[in-house]
Design a protein around this ligand. Sequence first.
Ligand code: ZN
Length: 138
Amino acid sequence: MRTREEIARQERIRLEKEQKEAQEELARVREWLRTEVDVDADEGDPDLFEREKNLALVMALERKLESIATALRAVEKGTYGICERCGEAIDPARLEVRPDATLCLKCQLEVERIAHRAAARAMAEAAPPPSRRPKIIE
Ligand SMILES: [Zn+2]
């Protein structure tokens, strides 16, 4: 079993590689978006679909780069593998499977339980009150 520090070191290498790839792809897509704007208004934009797809890709890549930067900061500060919620070290076995985990298993389950409860409450509130439900004819 590897230690948290060993996993952090390896995770940093993986993150930096992923960051470089995402940056390159982002540059490529942005370049495409810049060059393909020569559109004849009368003929419509045959590339509209492609352009919208690429704009969505740019946003997804930016989000990805943000989360990579956050993870790299954690590695640098030495807080990688520390639960954001309770401050306990995350089980290395969990980090092996989910190197991007920011919560320990206990907190993850707790957060999911809270989210499920909130969703269930929202569903219950969205449902019409009993009096407005159609009457059952006997
Ligand atoms: Zn925790």
